[in-house]
Design a protein around this ligand. Structure first.
Ligand code: IZC
Ligand code: ZN
Length: 426
């Protein structure tokens, strides 16, 4: 009888960070205590991990099998594929025109109130064809992947009409079908009150609830619903109405909470049972305590704080309170134009005071739970998707410390090599 074939063995791994061992989002010290195997190996079959551990043990365990392919990791650092739980990937245009205003001290919310900011991206997105949006998002998703991301959440919110929100989510769906990176879609029709509804936000909220949400649900175009609860955008009460309606229709819910003005978004996230609350730069102690009691994941976005020259989220306080912390790029054309989770790693260390281990936890297993993918990605363990990243770096700390460049050598997604020597494999 022929020996059974294993598709791929990745061996001679210098340091293999598995993130195994806790089958839920990690809290407190669990974020620090990550399993690191020296001289590791990962065996992959049909896109899934079938063995992971010390190379000697993996080879012993599979000694009666043959490997169809082997990849020598040459002592590199290997981690689970990175997960980005918060992006605005699909959009038209760009906003470098705001840089000059920003340097002159005009704030993000003032630019928005004057009809710029999100509104200018809404115009560009409405004008763009589906094909143009697809091409632009595809290029960005390639960059995400080359920088180590294998699962990415994507929000609508630059259409603000059913038709244009649909167009964005359709692009995300097509990318999910054609691009190696896995996408998780979020409907965010409540990202801004569109200019044509200025002064009539109640009417717009009604439209989101009674027209958009049911259609998006019927056509399974999004799994999550998110709202921008912010001064001058949606009030706490409006956010509550929208998220409650979404929850009743079967969406999982998220919220942009306390990003700029402390509104009580964190408390609302806890009250409604949101899976995660995002930003939280201005969240109060009471808000964070409420999140902790309800197990709401705190998604921190330090590239946004950096780019807005705003204060930083209190990630250490969150960890102390037992909130599972996740990290994300917040990739969007306004407050965070970057696809690099590696830049976010450095900002997570220098500006949020997180350790390299906590940072990796926040970008793998905790990020996976923040988008309801904790069962399939975020750690390297038997049965999970074979998503892994090989870095030209000796250890995790090096990755965080040597900043502004791309350390990724190889990305394996669902068992396939999709990036090799830093370049996309076509
Ligand atoms: O386009 O400005 N914060 N939404 C909430 C954003 C930033 C994206 C944008
Ligand atoms: Zn956002």
């Amino acid at each position: 009888m022929m020996a059974e074939k294993i598709d791929l063995l990745v061996y001679n791994i210098g340091k293999l960070v598995t993130m195994q061992g806790v089958a839920r989002a990690r809290v407190g010290d669990e974020m620090q205590q990550v399993e690191t195997i020296e001289r590791g190996a990962v065996a992959i079959q049909n896109g899934k991990v079938v063995a992971v551990g010390e190379e000697i043990q993996v080879r012993e365990q599979l000694k009666n099998k043959v490997f169809a392919a082997e990849l020598d990791a040459k002592q590199k650092l290997v981690t689970p594929g990175l997960v980005d739980p918060h992006t605005h990937l699909v959009h038209g245009g760009s906003r470098e025109n705001e840089l000059d205003m920003k340097l002159k001290g005009v704030s993000y919310l003032d630019i928005l109130a004057a009809g710029g900011g999100i509104h200018s991206t809404v115009q560009a997105t409405r004008r763009a064809t589906e094909e143009e949006l697809y091409e632009k998002a595809r290029k960005s998703l390639d960059i995400f992947m080359q920088y180590g991301a294998t699962t990415v959440e994507v929000k609508s919110g630059y259409g603000l009409t059913l038709e244009d929100e649909w167009k964005q989510l359709k692009v995300a769906k097509r990318l999910q079908e054609t691009h190696p990176v896995d996408l998780v879609s979020t409907f965010m029709g409540a990202h801004a009150v569109p200019t044509e509804y200025k002064g009539k936000s109640a009417e717009y909220v009604d439209k989101v609830i009674n027209q958009m949400l049911p259609e998006i649900k019927t056509h399974s175009l999004a799994e999550f619903c998110d709202v921008f609860c912010e001064h001058g955008v949606f009030t706490v009460e409006e956010s509550r109405q929208i998220l409650l309606a979404a929850k009743e229709m079967g969406f999982r819910i998220k919220i942009h909470a306390d990003e700029i003005v402390p509104m009580g978004g964190a408390q609302l996230a806890a009250e409604l049972g949101c899976i995660s609350a995002e930003h939280l730069l201005a969240a109060t102690d009471e808000g964070l305590e409420a999140m902790s009691r309800q197990g709401v994941i705190g998604v921190c976005l330090p590239a946004t704080s950096f780019n807005l020259r705003a204060p930083h989220a209190r990630a250490r306080k969150m960890i102390e309170l037992g909130i599972p912390v996740a990290l994300s790029t917040d990739y969007n054309p306004g407050s965070s134009p970057t696809e690099s989770l590696q830049l976010v790693m450095t900002l997570g260390a220098l500006n949020l005071n997180l350790t390299p281990e906590e940072i990796l936890t926040a970008m793998t297993i905790n990020a996976a739970y923040a988008i309801n993918r904790g069962d399939t990605v975020g750690s390297l363990e038997v049965g999970k998707q074979a998503d892994l990243v090989l870095y030209d770096a000796p250890n995790l700390a090096y990755l965080v410390y040597h900043f502004g460049i791309n350390h990724v050598d190889t990305v394996i997604k669902d068992g396939q090599i999709v990036v090799s020597e830093g370049q996309k494999v076509s």
